[in-house]
Design a binder for this molecule. Structure first.
Ligand code: GDP
Length: 143
């Protein structure tokens, strides 16, 4: 399997629940390396642009409101098959359908407030990483 990078976000509910360390622990326990990280509060225009693919969905306005409701922690994860590994750690979008032991099954309150985001494929991963981080902000491990 190839080494990949993926974009992860601990969403406002995850930060509110003090789950930053717990989510990072799961990344590290599964061998994913954090190679860039930032805490920030998304502006309305940033959330709108990030989720533009969902613009026509009925939940879009709520989603943007939720994503701007508090700080988030954004990170780039690197590792073998990182995109799918992170999706497996996260679990299904709807926590009621998420497999036991996944982040969303363990901590999410609803299909909207579901604690984490993770890129769903190589193209979106590249786009989403570039949305948040310049090349110089990514710090591959040297030891
Ligand atoms: P993800 O890749 O698993 O995060 O899922 P999607 O890309 O389909 O949706 C993006 C985000 O929109 C989800 O993580 C949820 O926060 C939110 N979302 C998705 N589906 C729904 C829905 O049916 N209702 C509401 N209120 N929010 C949703």
């Amino acid at each position: 399997m190839a080494t990949e990078r993926t974009l992860s976000i601990i969403k406002p509910d995850g930060v509110q629940k003090n789950l930053i360390g717990e989510v990072y622990r799961r990344f590290e326990a599964t061998g994913l390396e954090v190679v860039a990280a930032r805490m920030m509060r998304l502006r309305q225009d940033q959330a709108e642009q990030f989720y533009a693919v969902h613009k026509e969905r009925p939940f879009y306005a709520d989603l943007v409101r939720y994503m701007t409701s508090g700080p988030v922690v954004v990170q780039v994860l690197e590792g073998e098959g990182a995109i799918n590994k992170n999706r497996e750690l996260m679990g299904a979008t709807d926590p009621k359908k998420a497999a036991a032991g996944t982040i969303r099954a363990d901590f999410a309150d609803s299909i909207e407030e579901n604690v984490v985001h993770g890129s769903d494929g190589p193209d979106t991963a590249a786009q989403e990483i570039a949305f948040f981080f310049s090349g110089a902000e990514i710090c591959p491990r040297t030891r």
